[in-house]
Design a protein around this ligand. Structure first.
Ligand code: WTA
Length: 635
């Protein structure tokens, strides 16, 4: 069926035109032919971006795990669903078949039920990349509980904020995690977080590292004995199309993270469709996405998209540098990976190392390479193309967001000619628009502007958990009647899109979205700090790194500056996690401000990037004299 699996460029244009001319007919056709529904929908789409309210396949009933697992049992029961590659290459990989997955998910679902978890309850999952992570996500979906996975690199404070924001009643974690040659005490972080979370009645603990941990009587339970006793079948909860499937937090421009809420039917249809097309997935492929399931990429393209298609999806516990910088390629050779999907920051880090780490492995199984998370620079693109893909594998530069649920702009491999640094063309059903500062759409090619989407696609987030007003303000207020992405983009002479980066207060460091406000809040809690401002500056591996400008209180002035810098980064590690640490910290006497008291980040960004020739007009600032001094002492 050509709608579902595009095979050449002309077909893409045909399908795209059809999808835009009549989106409802287009998505209805996709939904009818490739999924298992308990009840058909009454209407395909109802929407109003001014409220905003979006409903796809309203009236339909389904359970996404029946689509991910049960319906494959007859034809693919013994096929590997999840191929788990442990951190330590000496530990054997696990092939979890669709039959195994069914049993593991059902047992886990029954354990959750025994713990009192019901449809609509929130379950926070704080696990490393071990099979229990995917299994617990699916177990929640099986019984209609709403999962909220928190990336296991987040600190106890960040974890507590998320648990409390979604009012979860249970946390799933492990005794610890392996990352390269380190072990991390995850349970200790959970214990610390739970001091601030009165709503949590129970904690399920998977065993991974065997580290000695504290178990709180009555609250904490080892998972395995409960699974051993659980019944191996669990009738799926019948869900409405628009019932919530999960909440996933992303950074915003204020201190509170945004709990993006995704619903069931539209998310399923869109992630399955885009997985099939963006990776040209075929039945016997071995697909590997190196992301963590704690991010949206892992939700959509390790778990749901691949499993709905009956694919084999690799889950990797480790890091690209352990035991050495050849690990990715060793795993590709070992499992004969056909599609490989990673982040530009990983490519840049590996490109710095000796080429022998790549060339000593047989990478001939690869067919398609993907990237996601931030703009890929030309040099990294070519390195990936030349040395990993041997110039034979199309690179799909996939642009999308936590909010979009699935890939919105990407080449279709073997159909769309690729162009370095360009995400190229919209997926079928996706209608991008570039807007100018006055809110007018910029038509034609060879233009740039702010990237909006004019029409809903099935996996758009439906709200911010508990704060619909913020959802409206953040995404639907800047440009009337359109979804605003927060990114800038240009459209070249043939209509290809290139994403140029964030135009708001979010900075992408190593592919992780970081809001400036939460980092500033963390720093300002240091007793010696009066005020701070964070900006990004270019970094050759991370894409962007963080530069902090800090004003000390009088009490801090006499303190040792190096110690203060360490303490500031420690504050950030405790409040957010090590991913948000600052590369550079400059102590300043003041921050450039407008007359209304707003920090002029544009100027600070230029100083951090050493582009001080053209600062623009600073005479209207409240304190222009401070700029000169900041430049003189800049790092
Ligand atoms: C950025 C990740 C350029 C962008 C799936 C977006 C990209 C943010 C690309 C979302 C890409 C993602 N090229 N920039 N291919 N992919 N981005 O929510 O700024 O973690 O808004 O979702 O990452 O990050 P998030």
């Amino acid at each position: 069926m050509s709608n579902y699996h595009i095979k050449h460029l002309e077909e893409y244009f045909q399908v795209y035109r059809k999808s835009v001319r009549n989106p409802e007919a287009f998505w209805e056709e996709v939904a009818e032919e490739h999924f298992f529904w308990r009840k058909r929908w009454d209407s395909v789409l109802e929407w109003d971006f001014t409220k905003p309210e979006i409903k796809w396949f309203d009236g339909a009933q389904l359970n996404i795990t029946e689509n991910c697992i049960d319906r494959h049992l007859r034809s693919r029961g013994d096929k590997t669903a999840i191929l788990f590659e442990p951190n330590d290459p000496k530990e054997e990989a696990q092939h979890i078949t669709y039959h195994d997955l069914h049993e593991r998910v059902c047992k886990f679902a029954n354990v959750l039920k025994d713990q009192g978890v019901k449809k609509g309850d929130r379950v926070v999952i704080y696990l490393p990349m071990i099979p229990e992570l995917a299994v617990s996500v699916l177990a929640c979906a099986r019984i209609g509980a709403i999962h909220s996975v928190v990336f296991a690199g987040f600190s106890s404070t960040a974890l507590a904020t998320r648990i409390n924001d979604c009012e979860a009643k249970i946390v799933i974690t492990s005794d610890g995690s392996f990352r390269g040659n380190k072990t991390i005490d995850l349970k200790g972080i959970v214990d610390e977080a739970l001091k601030q979370c009165p709503g949590i009645g129970s904690v399920l603990v998977a065993k991974r590292t065997g580290a000695k941990i504290d178990m709180m009587e009555g609250r904490d339970h080892w998972l395995q004995p409960l699974l051993d006793k659980a019944y191996a079948d669990c009738v799926p909860e019948i869900m409405e199309a628009e019932d919530p499937l999960f909440i996933l937090y992303t950074s915003g421009s204020t201190g509170r993270p945004k709990g993006m809420m995704h619903t069931t039917a539209g998310y399923m249809v869109y992630t399955a469709y885009t997985f099939k097309n963006a990776f040209q997935y075929r039945e016997d492929d071995i697909y590997w996405c190196t992301a963590d399931i704690g991010w949206i990429t892992g939700h959509s393209y390790i778990v749901y998209g691949p499993l709905v298609n009956g694919a084999t999806t690799v889950m990797f516990e480790g890091v690209p540098s352990y035991p050495d910088f050849g690990r990715f390629w060793e795993v590709v050779e070992k499992h004969k990976v056909t599609q490989f999907y990673t982040a530009p920051t990983a490519i840049r880090a590996l490109a710095k190392e000796n080429l022998d780490f790549v060339t000593k492995y047989d990478l001939s199984s690869l067919k398609v390479l993907g990237t996601v998370g931030e703009p890929i620079n030309e040099e990294a693109w070519h390195w990936y193309n030349d040395h990993v893909g041997d110039k034979k594998c199309p690179i799909v530069d996939t642009w999308w967001q936590t909010e979009t649920g699935g890939i919105l702009i990407s080449p279709i491999p073997f159909s769309t000619p690729t162009k370095p640094t360009y995400a190229t063309l919209p997926m079928p059903g996706v209608q991008p628009a570039l807007m100018d500062e006055n809110g007018k759409e910029i038509k034609g090619n060879q233009v740039d502007g702010r990237l909006c989407i004019k029409f809903p696609w099935p996996s758009i987030a439906r709200t911010i958990w508990g704060d619909h007003q913020r959802y409206k303000d953040t995404y639907f207020s800047a440009f009337e009647g359109k979804y605003f992405t927060g990114d800038g983009a240009l459209r070249d002479e043939v209509g290809y899109y290139r994403i140029t980066g964030r135009v708001d207060d979010v900075i992408i460091v190593s592919g992780h979205n970081l809001g400036t406000a939460p980092i500033e809040d963390a720093i300002n809690e240091h007793p010696a700090v009066a005020e701070s401002a964070i900006v990004g500056f270019p970094h050759d591996v991370k894409g962007n790194a963080l530069y902090g400008y800090v004003i000390l209180k009088e009490t801090g002035e006499s303190r040792d500056r190096d110690n203060l810098k360490k303490e500031i980064n420690q504050m950030i590690t405790e409040h957010i996690g090590p991913i948000a640490k600052l590369d550079k910290i400059q102590f300043v006497p003041g921050l450039p401000k407008t007359r209304s008291g707003k920090i002029m980040r544009r100027i600070l960004r230029k100083i951090a990037s050493k582009e001080t020739d053209n600062l623009g007009d600073i005479s209207t600032l409240l304190n222009p004299e401070v700029v000169e001094q900041i430049i003189e002492e800049s790092l």
